[in-house]
Structure formats: C-alpha cells, structure tokens
Design a protein around this ligand. Structure first.
Ligand code: SLL
Length: 160
C-alpha cells in the first residue's frame, strides 16, 4: 500500500565560523588581549537569500563580551568580532511571522585554532602575494524542515 506522506518543505542552510589571527591591522577598539578576528554566520549553501523565511538570527556570545546577545535582522546573517578564546555560541533562528513556527535553537563551537595539519584549516594565499594567512573554518550543513506549513507560508517557500 502506498503511504501518504504529510507535506513537508525543507530548506538547506550552512552555519559556522571563519577565524584568522590578527596580524598588523587591528580594529582600533579591539582589546590588546584579543588575538583573533572571527565571523559567525548562517547562510544559504548557494548564497540563497534566507530572509525570505528568516526574520532574524540571534547570536549569544560568551558572557565576557559586552552586550553578548547580538541580533541580526537583515541578511547577511553574520557577525564579526575579535577575541582570544573559543566558546559555544548559541544561535537562535527566528522565522518570519507568516511561518507561525517556533524558533530554532542550537549551538556552534567557535573555532579559532587549527587542530590538525592539512585537515580543515585552509591556508589562503593573499592575492598580493607575500604572507599567507591561515584561516580556519568550521562549517556545518543542515536542512530546516517545515512540517505541514500553513498555506501562506507554503506559498512564500514555493515562490522563493
Ligand atoms: C571558557 N573558552 O570557556 C573560555 C572562554 C572566552 C572568550 C573564552 C573575549 C571576550 C572579551 C573572548 O575571546 N572571550 O571581549 O573580553 O572559559
């Protein structure tokens, strides 16, 4: 017998962080003990515009940061900071009102250091030549599954 599957729509995302050691250039307001600059992000694997269904992404940083709850309301849903240590970043993805969906709540371990030679850390050669900058990246793929979306939201998902 053929089984009737309930309707669900999934959308791929990637989330994670890039980081690199700060060399010569530092943001003027960066505390002296900060050694790295990093960016945490939520985005579409092919650069899709996630704002068609995501209203905001809230990144909750370590309590050592001033105003650790950072809300990003427009794409790109990313945040760049400086720091010295790795920690768990709490990510909350809030969907547009039409979705009538609960937010997604998960964690990403902010990665600053290369752990293994030749593995993930990508050595990017500066286009100008001279010093190679070692950028580490920790990135994960996931699919957001909307089960039985309401009609309005379904239309929005299908038209984007
Ligand atoms: C821990 N892994 O769990 C450590 C915490 C905290 C990182 C690392 C700078 C914050 C600031 C920063 O990198 N904090 O602006 O002072 O205890």
């Amino acid at each position: 017998a053929k089984r009737i599957k309930t309707l669900s729509v999934s959308r791929p995302i990637i989330y994670g962080n890039t980081a690199k050691k700060m060399t010569g250039v530092r943001p003027p307001n960066a505390p002296v003990e900060h050694t790295h600059m990093w960016t945490i992000y939520v985005k579409g694997p092919q650069g899709e515009d996630l704002s068609t269904f995501i209203k905001r992404v809230v990144f909750k940083l370590h309590d050592t940061y001033p105003n650790p709850t950072r809300s990003v309301e427009t794409p790109p849903f990313e945040l760049t900071e400086t720091g010295w240590g790795e920690f768990e970043i709490n990510i909350k993805i809030h969907f547009i009102d039409e979705a009538n969906e609960k937010m997604l709540n998960f964690y990403h371990h902010l990665r600053l250091h290369p752990y293994k030679q030749g593995e993930n850390p990508v050595v990017k050669k500066e286009s100008s030549g001279e010093e190679p900058i070692t950028e580490v990246e920790s990135v994960f793929y996931d699919e957001i599954v909307f089960n039985e979306p309401n009609e309005d939201f379904f239309k929005i998902l299908m038209n984007s």
